[in-house]
Each structure stands twice: as C-alpha cells, then as structure tokens.
Design a protein. Structure first.
Length: 161
C-alpha cells in the first residue's frame, strides 16, 4: 500500500469522457481481460493481460508494447472495486516506454480513481491519476484520454456487432 505521508501529490486534472454504453458494460471493460487487451494504452500500443484479479487486494499485470516493438510491464493492486460505480487501483510498476527526452521516469507508486456515472447519453467516466511526478502527469493525461476513446470504440463495436 502507498504511504501517502511521504508522496508528492501531483495529480492529473480529472479526465471526463462520456461513453455511449451503460455503466455496467463500461465498468466491465476495465476488469475483463480480453476487453482490457482491446483498448488499454496510448494510441498504437498493444496490451497483453498477464493477471487481472479485480477485487480489493487483487493484482493486475499488463505487458504494453509500443509501435517500435519494445515492451514494458504495468502492474499494481486494486484498492476499491464497486461495480458499476467506482474502481481504484495503485500502479506500482509504470510503463516508461517512448517517453520524450529528458522526461523524469515515474518510479514511485501512483493511484488511479475511475468513477462511472450513468446518464441518458451513456456513462460519464471520470478518471483522476494522483501521486505522479510533473513530467509523467502530463503524459498520463494524454495516454488516459487516448485509452478511454479506444475503449468507447471497442464497446461500440462489441455491442453493435
């Protein structure tokens, strides 16, 4: 578990995105391995799920592969799983691939909170990623935005096919 007393709390601005699907389906896209593999990661990355145990104290481990073929592991632990409302997880191992020159690596654990709120138009997904260094926080916001857009495309394809 993260020791919050000694961490610098750099936070991304919350990312909110409306996904045209019901909260249960959107939530499930975060916890079903074959769904996660279809959308997780920035544009043009692929993801392979090694482990995903979506329960409090459960672990996840993903291999993320960049367009140039280099790979890294992203792993962590779930802290809250409240389907279909909220998901919180610590990231212990960050994928530090393809970072711009002079970008500080994210070596400390961070915390991600995802809130799902149903509306007439679908589900508003609000994601906040905290305990990041300043350089990595900027990149994380772009990566999460790309990922959530990809998730919506996958859900649309999955439920209209």
């Amino acid at each position: 578990m993260i020791d919050f007393t000694y961490q610098k709390d750099v936070r991304t601005e919350p990312i909110s995105y409306t996904v045209r699907a019901v909260p249960e389906k959107v939530f499930d896209a975060w916890i079903i391995p074959n769904m996660v593999e279809k959308w997780w990661g920035p544009d043009d990355f692929t993801t392979r799920v090694f482990n995903l145990t979506a329960k409090i104290g459960g672990c996840f481990a993903f291999e993320m592969t960049a367009p140039n073929g280099s790979s890294c592991i992203m792993s962590g632990v779930y802290r809250s799983v409240d389907r279909p409302k909220r998901l919180v997880f610590e990231v212990h191992e960050h994928c530090n691939l393809n970072l711009p020159t002079n970008t500080e690596l994210q070596e400390n654990a961070s915390l991600v909170e995802v809130v799902f709120r149903g509306t007439e138009l679908g589900t508003i997904v609000t994601l906040t990623h905290t305990l990041l260094n300043t350089d990595y926080a900027k990149l994380a916001k772009v990566s999460w935005t790309q990922s959530i857009r990809q998730m919506e495309a996958v859900l649309t394809e999955f439920f209209t096919s």
